[in-house]
Design a binder for this molecule. Structure first.
Ligand code: SF4
Length: 338
C-alpha cells in the first residue's frame, strides 16, 4: 500500500438543527483510508456513521472540517467542480432496490455513469464495458436487458456494485451495503468486494453495524459512539485486544466460532443517549461499567495506546495493573491471527 491516504477526513462535523436544538450527529472526527485498504466505520445505529459517509460524499453539507480525496480538498467544491470527483468516489447503499431506478434496464443503469463521465470511446466500447461489468459481478449477460425487480436482493446489490464500478472509482463507500441481505448472500457480496479490491486496488470505507462481517473483511476499524470516534485499530488489535470498553462491549455481542470457549462479556446497559444532549465528560460514561469520577467531567481524547491502536478512554492513564479492561485473546482463535 502507498503511504499517502486516498481519502482523509479531518475534524469533520455535521450538526443539524431540530426544533431549535443543535444535534451534533458528527462532532469532530478524523480518519483516513489508504489505497487498496478497507476501513470499517462501526457503531450502533444513530451513532453518526452513515452521516459521515453522506458528508464525505457531499450528500449533506459539512458543518466543519475537511474532506481530502487523493490530496485534493473537496468539501468546498461547487457542484460543477465536484462532478469529476464523483467519478473517483462512488457509493453502494444498503437497499439496492430503492437505489436503482425501477424503470431502467440494468444495461442503461450501468451505461449512465459510463456516459456521464465520458469513459467509453464509442458505442461498441460502451457495450463491451457493460458486458465486462456484468461478468465482474457474476451476473449473466442477459441481465442487461432486464429490470431491477426481476432480480433477487443479492443480485440487485451486485447491480449496485457494478454501477459503482462503472465509474472506475478509487474509493467506494459501502453504507450498510450488506445489512439487508441473507447471511449466505452477505458472504458472497463481501467476497466479491474483497476480490474486486485485490484486483482493482480499490479503497473501501465500509460503514456497518455488523461486526461479524467486518471481522472477516476489514484491515482497520474505527468505532463511533455518539458522534465521536472512540477507537481506531488494526483488525487484529481491535478484535484481540480492544482498548475502549465500548468496542469491547460491541465485540462481546458477536458470536464466537467456538461457542464452548470461555468468554468475558461486557453487556451494555440502557440506550444510546440523545445526541441533542450528550453526557458531559466521556460520552460513554452513562453506560460504561468502568466509569470513575474523572469520566463524568473530563472528555477523553483519542490517542495512541498501543502500536496500531488509538482509544479515547481515561483507563489508559491508570497503571496497567489497575486497568480493569480484560483481554479477549483467550476467546479468539481466528485463522487470521494464528
Ligand atoms: Fe468508560 Fe471512563 Fe473510559 Fe469513558 S473514559 S470509556 S467512562 S472508563
Amino acid at each position: 500500500m502507498s503511504a499517502t491516504p486516498i481519502l482523509e477526513v479531518k475534524d469533520l462535523k455535521k450538526h443539524f438543527v431540530i426544533q431549535g436544538n443543535a444535534v451534533k450527529a458528527v462532532d469532530g472526527i478524523s480518519l483516513h483510508v489508504m489505497p487498496g485498504e478497507t476501513l470499517s466505520l462501526v457503531g450502533e445505529s444513530g451513532c453518526g456513521k452513515s452521516t459521515v459517509g453522506r458528508a464525505i460524499l457531499r450528500l449533506v453539507d459539512l458543518t466543519g472540517g475537511e474532506v481530502v480525496l487523493d490530496g485534493q480538498r473537496i468539501d468546498r467544491l461547487s457542484t460543477t467542480a465536484l462532478r469529476p470527483i464523483r467519478q473517483r468516489m462512488q457509493v453502494v447503499f444498503q437497499d439496492p432496490f430503492s437505489s436503482l431506478n425501477p424503470r431502467m434496464r440494468v444495461g442503461d443503469i450501468l451505461a449512465e455513469p459510463i456516459r456521464n463521465f465520458g469513459l467509453a470511446e464509442d458505442a461498441a466500447d460502451l457495450e463491451a464495458r457493460i458486458a465486462r461489468l456484468l461478468d465482474t459481478v457474476s451476473l449473466p449477460k442477459d441481465a442487461s436487458g432486464r429490470l431491477p425487480h426481476e432480480f433477487s436482493g443479492g443480485q440487485r446489490q451486485r447491480i449496485g456494485i457494478a454501477r459503482a464500478l462503472a465509474a472506475e472509482p478509487s474509493v467506494i463507500i459501502c453504507d450498510e451495503a450488506v445489512s439487508a441481505l441473507d447471511v449466505s448472500v452477505k458472504a458472497q457480496i463481501v467476497n466479491l468486494l474483497q476480490d474486486l479490491q485485490r484486483e482493482l486496488g480499490l479503497a473501501l470505507l465500509f460503514i456497518s453495524h455488523d461486526l461479524a462481517i467486518v471481522e472477516h473483511m476489514t484491515h482497520r476499524i474505527a468505532v463511533m459512539y455518539l458522534g465521536k470516534i472512540v477507537e481506531v485499530a488494526t483488525r487484529e488489535r481491535a478484535f484481540m485486544s480492544p482498548k475502549h470498553p465500548y468496542t469491547y462491549a460491541l465485540l462481546s455481542a458477536v458470536p464466537v466460532p467456538e461457542p464452548g470457549r470461555a468468554r468475558t462479556r461486557i453487556v451494555l446497559k440502557g440506550d444510546v443517549p440523545s445526541p441533542m444532549n450528550p453526557p458531559k465528560g466521556c460520552r460513554f460514561h452513562t453506560r460504561c461499567p468502568f466509569t470513575f469520577e474523572r469520566c463524568r467531567t473530563e472528555e477523553p481524547k483519542l490517542r495512541s495506546v498501543a502500536p496500531g491502536q488509538e482509544a479515547a478512554c481515561h483507563l489508559h492513564d491508570l497503571p496497567a495493573t489497575e486497568n480493569p479492561l480484560p483481554s479477549r485473546a483467550h476467546e479468539r482463535a481466528q485463522p487470521w491471527c494464528q
